[in-house]
Design a protein around this ligand. Structure first.
Ligand SMILES: NC(=O)c1ccc[n+]([C@@H]2O[C@H](COP(=O)([O-])OP(=O)(O)OC[C@H]3O[C@@H](n4cnc5c(N)ncnc54)[C@H](OP(=O)(O)O)[C@@H]3O)[C@@H](O)[C@H]2O)c1
Length: 339
């Protein structure tokens, strides 16, 4: 597999990273600790070298105790710390109704990194993200504080999640931003207008939810029951009856193509993301060993120009973008052309 560079950090990683969130957060009851640690470690054993977590990825086990995702990642990777790239995030916590509380004040940044280092059992984080823009703090202040963490050796590089172009430019002017982490998949293309900015500033693009939260694998339909109140997918628009109906043509096409290529629909979806730009690294999440393996293998396949074009034509013809989300409305039609 050809490694990819995480923008200005110059860190290189395998084309597919592992999103670890689901072991603790938003995918139903958290996975029990031993299994989660084993799965993450097995992922490293099969070649994953880029692991994504966040301080707010927590969940509640049936006995009322807390699953802390950073602790799982730290436990799984502590013996091979120098062989992997760990990314975590700060600045977001969840209210009981799942709405977000944002705090990127300097004091929050300085306190969060120390907590994360402890939970991750490490003395440095490779990529440290501001998880969401905090409207109460200017990007220059945030950038200056992340810069301080770089100078202190607590982090190697920094990034911004769900950034806008303007915010990225202002932050980058104060302390060079290595990567952004924004949502991106066949069904979520509204950030494509930021690609030229990534190229201009040498910023890598980490694509979160690259399987559109799983629906692009074709493994779910309107009868799928999600696993309880902690599974956020139950409330996502793509998993409503309307969402499934909207996605059908695309999912049928991916299934047909996957048969031709002896692959899976999910692998086609990840391959399409990889084919968009050489600096994009998707980080699909799964809690299941076989799926973790399947997703990683997508880094070894590619779509021909003809296959990419046919998918693009289908995406252009119909509106498969079912999400809300930052910039979704204004940029629905602001799709980019591959260069
Ligand atoms: N920066 C941010 O704000 C942000 C937001 C969301 C996510 N993220 C990061 O991005 C990562 C991935 O995003 P995501 O989990 O939201 O979406 P995703 O990767 O698009 O989809 C994950 C979902 O798809 C299922 N899945 C994965 N591989 C599959 C396969 N091969 N076949 C069938 N189903 C499959 C998983 O279920 P199972 O676990 O049951 O396999 C999981 O529920 C997260 O882990 C997190 O690290 C970041």
């Amino acid at each position: 597999m050809q490694k990819r560079t995480l923008g200005k950090s110059n860190l290189t990683v395998q084309p597919i990273g592992l999103g670890c969130m689901g072991f603790s957060h938003a995918s139903g009851d958290p996975t029990d600790k031993d299994t989660a640690v084993r799965r993450i470690r097995e992922a490293a054993d099969i070649g994953y070298d880029f692991f994504d977590t966040a301080e707010c990825y927590t969940g509640i086990y049936p006995d009322g105790s807390i699953s802390c995702n950073e602790e799982l990642v730290g436990e799984a990777l502590k013996g091979i710390r120098d062989k992997v790239i760990i990314a975590t995030k700060m600045g977001v916590s969840h209210n009981a109704d799942r709405s977000l509380r944002l705090d990127s004040s300097p004091s929050a940044i300085l306190a969060s990194i120390d907590q994360s280092l402890k939970k991750l059992q490490t003395d440095y984080v490779d990529i440290y993200y501001q998880h969401r823009i905090d409207p109460g703090v200017e990007p220059e202040i945030v950038a200056e504080t992340f810069g301080r963490l770089i100078r202190e050796g607590k982090i190697r590089a920094w990034g911004i999640s769900e950034t806008t172009e303007e915010y990225l430019r202002r932050a980058d002017a104060v302390c060079p931003v290595a990567v952004i982490q924004n949502r991106y998949s066949m069904m979520a293309r509204w950030h494509e207008h930021i690609f030229p900015v990534c190229e201009e500033l040498n910023v890598g693009y980490v694509a979160f939810s690259p399987l559109a939260n799983g629906i692009l694998t074709g493994m779910y339909d309107a009868t799928t029951q999600f696993e309880g109140a902690q599974d956020y997918r139950a409330a996502m628009p793509q998993y409503t009856e309307e969402g499934h109906a909207k996605a059908k043509e695309l999912l049928d096409y991916l299934q047909m193509l996957s048969k031709e290529k002896n692959a899976t629909s999910g692998q086609i979806a990840l391959s399409w993301v990889l084919g968009q730009r050489p600096y994009i690294v998707p980080i699909p999440g799964s809690r299941k060993a076989e799926r973790i393996k399947e997703n990683f293998a997508a880094g070894d396949m590619s779509l021909t120009a003809d296959e990419m074009q046919k998918i693009d034509e289908l995406l252009e013809r119909s509106d498969f973008m079912v999400f809300g989300g930052h910039g979704a409305e204004v940029n629905r039609n602001n799709k980019s052309t591959r260069s």
